[in-house]
Design a protein. Structure first.
Length: 231
């Protein structure tokens, strides 16, 4: 078995264990394979193992891979989205995880209408309030959702990136905070936000225990990233 196949099996087994431990159903969390810095041939091993959801940070890099991989791949944009990359993101992505301002949302909706596309959207929330990170402040998310511009794309949930140096206890708190914020917003605004995108290679089991519906896993599937190749 190819190493990527066995890595995927290991990750999927851990996902199932964590779901079971949390009293959740086997299909309650989806695996998004994060493919940044890996070439199409490497990614195709994950495709052959049955994965169809792939995530890229950078729209430029996404554009190089979309034409090479099969049509039924669902591409997710998970990195900070610059205004001038919105059209290529909207045209190529099934889901954008990094909506973090009213201006960006407005532009996505305008371009989605122009392009006749309806990507799923997630609002990225900076739960741990790190200065250096992207994402809307937790207090600003209600306004963003309550005053949404009309458009074909739908906000389906929330996303967060936990700090790399957080302890296990801190990770539980951060992921629980995103879930609690989601629950509060659903009730207060009477909307549905079914998706919680949280958890990466080193913390996806904790995220699942706290309610993640999408885990974004890169290095645990593809191995160590060598940024010198693409950057
Ligand atoms: C790179 C990245 C991931 C995957 O990280 P790993 O630790 O390799 O699993 C997940 N989410 C985002 C936003 C990323 O940039």
């Amino acid at each position: 078995m190819h190493i990527i196949h066995s890595n995927i099996k290991t990750v999927q087994d851990k996902i199932q264990c964590a779901l079971h431990k949390a009293g959740r159903q086997p299909d309650d969390a989806k695996l998004l394979a994060v493919t940044k810095t890996f070439d199409a041939q490497t990614i195709s091993h994950a495709y052959d193992a049955g994965l169809r959801m792939f995530g890229e940070n950078k729209v430029q890099e996404l554009l190089t891979k979309v034409p090479i991989l099969p049509q039924d791949v669902q591409w997710h944009v998970i990195g900070h989205l610059q205004q001038n990359k919105v059209r290529n993101a909207v045209v190529n992505a099934a889901c954008i995880h990094s909506v973090d301002s009213p201006q960006l949302l407005e532009r996505i909706q305008r371009i989605a209408a122009e392009e006749n596309k309806s990507p799923d959207l997630l609002v990225e929330v900076n739960v741990s309030a790190e200065e250096s990170k992207y994402g809307a402040k937790p207090d600003d998310v209600e306004d963003l959702l309550a005053n949404q511009p009309k458009g074909p794309a739908q906000i389906r949930g929330l996303m967060t990136v936990a700090p790399a140096d957080a302890t296990e206890l801190e990770l539980h708190h951060i992921f629980a905070k995103l879930r609690i914020l989601r629950d509060k917003l659903q009730t207060k605004l009477n909307i549905q936000l079914p998706e919680l995108s949280m958890g990466m290679s080193h913390d996806f089991e904790i995220a699942i225990e706290e309610g993640a519906t999408i885990v974004r896993v890169g290095s645990a599937i593809f191995g160590h990233r060598d940024y010198s190749i693409t950057h």
